[in-house]
Design a protein around this ligand. Structure first.
Ligand code: ZN
Length: 98
């Protein structure tokens, strides 16, 4: 008896939408600080600014590590976040139209 290889056997199971499984702490709205450049945060000292930048870098690195550990790519996440933002904007626009 010949066993035919089906598509299911060679293709890994599709992953769930990344935003449904991403931990809340790694979502974009949970990002530590938006921007700590001199313009956005003129009152920060250079030491504080550097500390904030480290926190941001850690957060980004954690996101990349999570994606890799769960079979996603950071690009999948960025793309999903872009679409989610576009969806929100669309919904807000259609909600305002009567
Ligand atoms: Zn800025």
């Amino acid at each position: 008896m010949t066993v035919m290889k089906t598509r299911e056997e060679v293709t890994p199971a599709p992953l769930p939408p990344i935003l449904e499984v991403l931990p809340a702490a790694l979502r974009r709205d949970a990002a530590p600080v938006r921007c700590v450049c001199r313009h956005c945060t003129p009152n920060l000292s250079d030491v504080q600014r550097a500390a904030h930048e480290r926190v941001q870098e850690d957060w980004r690195a954690t996101r990349i590590a999570w994606c890799e550990a769960h079979g996603y790519q950071l690009l999948d996440l960025i793309q999903a976040e872009k679409e989610a933002t576009a969806d929100r904007v669309r919904r807000r626009k259609s909600a305002g139209r009567h």
